[in-house]
Design a protein around this ligand. Structure first.
Ligand SMILES: C[S@@+](CC[C@H](N)C(=O)[O-])C[C@H]1O[C@@H](n2cnc3c(N)ncnc32)[C@H](O)[C@@H]1O
Length: 279
């Protein structure tokens, strides 16, 4: 296999990918290039990666195709279990208690940042419905964002195959929140109406995104460089209320996070709270 040092041809496209979406393709992942772009290269008759990189620098449509092909959108309902259990049994009841004497005691804002095809925000919506029997009287919004238009389109549709449904949902949840349509299972409107979906590139500033009580940003930063990962978690801290909660993926901790967050363990889940005072 070629190494990055050996091939300026490859360095060009690796740079373009990182500039477009932050995803790092290092030496160990170069096989991904052929796997993800081989077909595109043949269809568009690009003779090498240098040509793909050159064209991508000026062609927005090609940029979008590169993002769609390089992003890994693997996800499932209630991924890893413990973050959702910690929310339902401990952390959301605590937030609700803490808000009870404020001006907006029934307002909650959650963010599924890098939501992929929607399983994560729908799992959050189910968690809230199971916790709050009068949820429809609450002012709740879950923002679900992702760079991939394909992922956001599926998430908005809320229609899943038998295989996708079999990953993480209990039969009771399936019956309560989904209905069968042909070969797919479609999310009921009472879940979908709790979520706002948007395309967003997390390398760009979080303009007009709002402030959140709970942020899930899981299994995205693992693909980023150290610098981009650190910057991402710092910028997310700016979008969180004082006692807000951040959940990240198991291998995504960056030592620098300790400047902006304190770490806590609840129900076997690790959670980060933004510090009020930091240097
Ligand atoms: C592996 S999925 C994680 C889905 C979900 N959070 C989970 O943990 O199951 C990673 C997602 O990050 C999205 N992504 C990659 N780069 C991004 C960027 N720069 N901005 C926003 N989303 C991005 C991908 O499109 C993909 O859907």
């Amino acid at each position: 296999m070629k190494t990055l040092e050996a091939s300026s041809d490859i360095i060009g496209i690796v740079d373009v990918i990182e500039q477009l979406c932050g995803i790092q393709v290092d030496d160990r992942k170069l096989y991904l290039l052929e796997h993800r772009f081989g077909e595109l290269m043949r269809e568009a008759s690009f003779s090498n990666y240098a040509e793909l990189a050159r064209r991508a620098r000026e062609d927005r449509e090609l940029q979008q195709q590169i993002v769609e092909r390089i992003t890994t959108r693997e996800t499932l309902f209630f991924r890893d279990g413990s973050p959702f259990q910690a929310l339902q049994h401990k952390l959301l009841p605590e937030i609700i208690d803490a808000r009870s004497t404020t001006r907006n005691p029934k307002r909650l804002r959650l963010w599924s940042a890098a939501c992929s095809s929607g399983q994560e925000p729908y799992s959050l919506a189910i968690t809230l419905r199971e916790l709050l029997p009068d949820v429809d009287r609450w002012d709740i919004q879950i923002l679900a964002s992702d760079i991939s238009s394909t992922a956001i389109a599926q998430a908005k549709q809320g229609a899943y195959s038998e295989h996708e449904i079999s990953r993480g949902l209990s039969p009771a949840q399936l019956n309560r929140y989904f209905r069968k349509e042909g070969s797919l299972w479609r999310v009921n409107d009472n879940l979908r109406s709790m979520i706002r979906f948007e395309e967003r590139n997390f390398l760009q500033p979080f303009t007009s995104v709002g402030m959140f009580d709970v942020v899930f940003c899981r299994n995205l930063a693992i693909y980023f460089s150290d610098t981009n990962r650190k910057d991402l978690f710092h910028r997310i801290a700016n979008q969180m209320v004082d006692d807000g909660l951040l959940f990240i993926g198991a291998q995504e901790y960056h030592a620098d996070m300790s400047q902006r967050y304190t770490m806590e363990q609840h129900c076997r889940a690790t959670v980060y709270r933004p510090k009020k005072h930091f240097l």
